[in-house]
Design a binder for this molecule. Structure first.
Ligand code: AHR
Length: 322
């Protein structure tokens, strides 16, 4: 996009979602949350409430129980209530155009949290607070390549929810990360829907299909909860995760640090559960002063391994709402 076009788009998004001069304490914000499929998700909900309280914002959360149709209903209800802004963690990346156009017509700014929608919908939200989920997968892949150091390594992959931006991106990123290493191969890949139960179930089927797990060198999971389930499955099958089978996943929830401290997991890439804090700040500045935020507010991704005192990290995270 040219600079002129970018300026025009920025000015337009400012006009479409009008600023009101409102103070944070006057604001009512609705959040269409996906559900509580993972420890990370639970922490995001807890942290969002705390961040709203800090700023005196009236915050309404609707739990969609993993269903897009429930998220659409929640957004319509927030529009009918005349909220000042809507936060949306989109369970999947497609199918938002109609409802987001309705929010735009009602002049209610929408902020995406932790997941993206398809690029065609870019003009329908004000900003997105997310990590670079392709980068997360790449960091995981590169860690594995470095760790196996040229040895042949068959990887099984537990994917996140089908259709979710983060699942597609973490898959692509990992593939990019291992692209230069012909010794590292993904031999099986299936969704575990970001849950522990599904992660365990799918890992059991991988173990069966791969000669009782003898052919598996590493597990890559798109989140820690699926990895915790997979670790359980490996232990029940008599395998030794963390030593015989390497593990790398994403989120950095306390339970993965517990597993790392016990020598049963190897690495995780951190995803901050505080997506709402920067989103509130962006909305407050927008409403109070008309400041249009950047289209993407990127959060950090940090790799943790067993060398990073997992027990101490567990202690520091265990009471944070995960
Ligand atoms: O969108 C973020 C992902 O959603 C987290 O990594 C996963 O745990 C959650 O379910």
């Amino acid at each position: 996009m040219s600079f002129k076009a970018l300026m025009l788009a920025t000015a337009m998004s400012g006009a479409l979602f009008a600023a009101t001069g409102a103070l944070a304490s006057d604001l009512t914000i609705g959040f269409s949350q996906i559900g509580s499929e993972s420890g990370w998700r639970a922490a995001e909900t807890t942290v969002s409430k705390a961040e709203a309280k800090k700023r005196n914002i009236n915050f309404k959360i609707a739990d969609a129980q993993q269903k897009q149709e429930n998220q659409i209903k929640a957004i319509r209800s927030f529009i009918a209530q005349g909220v000042d802004a809507i936060f949306l963690a989109p369970v999947v990346s497609t199918g938002w155009d109609t409802v987001l156009k309705e929010a735009q017509e009602a002049k209610i700014p929408v902020v995406l949290l932790d997941r993206d929608i398809d690029p065609a919908g870019k003009s329908l939200y004000l900003t997105a607070v997310t990590s670079d989920s392709v980068h997360e997968g790449k960091v995981a892949g590169e860690w594995l390549v470095k760790t196996v150091n040229g040895k042949p390594c068959n990887v099984v992959e537990l994917q996140g929810t089908v259709g979710a931006s983060v699942a597609a991106n973490r898959k692509k990123g990992f593939e990019d990360g291992i692209a230069g290493a012909s010794n590292v191969k993904i031999v099986r890949s299936q969704t575990g829907d970001f849950t522990r139960a599904k992660g365990k179930e799918v890992m059991e089927s991988f173990i069966k299909a791969e000669g009782g797990g003898k052919n598996i060198c590493a597990v890559y999971a798109h989140n820690d909860d699926m990895m915790v389930g997979a670790i359980q499955a490996m232990k029940e099958a008599g395998l030794k995760p963390g030593t015989e089978v390497l593990t790398v996943s994403i989120d950095a929830v306390p339970d993965i640090f517990k597993a790392m401290a016990a020598g049963e997991a190897n690495a995780t890439v951190e995803l901050t559960p505080n997506m709402a804090g920067p989103a509130f700040d962006a909305i407050v500045a927008f409403k109070e002063k008309g400041t249009v935020p950047p289209k993407w507010i990127q959060t950090e991704s940090k790799l943790y391994t067993q060398a990073d005192s997992p027990k101490a990290v567990y202690e520091s995270k265990k009471d944070l709402g995960y």
